[in-house]
Design a protein around this ligand. Structure first.
Ligand SMILES: Nc1ncnc2c1ncn2[C@@H]1O[C@H](COP(=O)(O)OP(=O)(O)OP(=O)(O)O)[C@@H](O)[C@H]1O
Ligand SMILES: [Mg+2]
Length: 255
């Protein structure tokens, strides 16, 4: 296997629908602005949406990659990626959902390592279930972004995963409070959250980032953060994304 070059990040939440996929893509856009080569891996094997959100036709997906790794037919990860632009590629979840069951989870570590050998940043989207795939991803990556909305059910799930990670002495997770997914949910104060979680909220995406025409961006495969007006219209969240991105390089990769 080639020498490690990049860093790996996963987005995880113990509840579904909190904005992991949209933010995996938005953050990929920010890394592109920082002139990084980015690979997004859609390890939401059963219901991955990365290809749809980027409006791309996929020729090979993670099932093909897993099949070829098992059969020793694998040559290069580049044979399985779908290109978005000159900086961003992605590995799609199985397009045929019947093949998702046949994806071999024991290949996850190799897939991530092959990605890190070729790209500056590997961004991994996950399913909210704490299954073999998610656990393997959580154990393998350099950084974990835990996403949650500010409501009782999300925070209950977040508390569970934070406790689990703390008990297993993970110190590589960051908490992202996503107020942009549903701007009307702000049940707990930051003080409450810190007390409940016994951990800081590392990043907050603001209500202002709620985009009522998000589906239009998805239909057109547009990465919101690459819109030339994004830094002007969403300056606060642009700064937050930049901080999230530069923090994984030790905070010294200023654009
Ligand atoms: N900033 C935003 N503004 C408006 N809608 C948003 C925003 N972020 C996410 N959404 C919408 O919220 C829904 C859930 O987002 P997304 O699919 O990214 O969440 P997820 O955590 O990946 O969900 P799942 O667990 O089902 O994979 C989608 O319909 C998406 O379009
Ligand atoms: Mg998703």
């Amino acid at each position: 296997m080639k020498i490690k070059r990049g860093v790996s990040i996963c987005l995880f939440s113990p509840k579904g629908g909190v904005g992991k996929t949209i933010n995996a893509i938005n953050i990929a856009g920010i890394f592109k602005l920082l002139e990084k080569k980015v690979l997004i891996i859609d390890f939401d094997i059963y219901s991955g949406d990365i290809a749809v959100c980027l409006n791309k036709r996929v020729k090979k997906d993670l099932y093909d990659l897993s099949f070829d790794l098992d059969g020793r037919l694998f040559n290069s990860i580049k044979d399985y990626v779908t290109k978005v632009d000159e900086n961003i590629d992605f590995l799609a979840a199985p397009i045929d959902p019947r093949l998702a069951n046949k994806f071999n989870a024991s290949n996850i570590v190799d897939v991530i390592n092959y990605g890190m050998a070729e790209y500056d940043v590997v961004i991994i989207d996950t399913n909210h279930a704490l299954n073999e795939i998610s656990l393997s991803v959580l154990q393998s990556v350099d950084f974990i972004y835990l996403f949650a909305k500010n409501d009782p059910l999300d925070i209950k799930g977040l508390k569970n995963i934070v406790t689990l990670l703390d008990e297993n002495e993970y110190d590589n997770y960051r908490i992202v409070l996503n107020n942009s997914r549903d701007p009307f949910k702000h049940y707990f104060t930051l003080f409450d959250l810190k007390k409940i979680l016994n951990h800081d909220i590392d990043y907050t995406l603001s209500e202002e980032l709620y985009l009522k025409d998000m589906d239009k961006y998805i239909m057109e495969g547009i990465i919101v953060t690459l819109d030339k007006h994004f830094p002007d219209y969403f300056f606060k969240d642009y700064k937050t994304y930049l901080t999230m991105a530069t923090d994984v390089f030790g905070g010294d990769e200023n654009e």
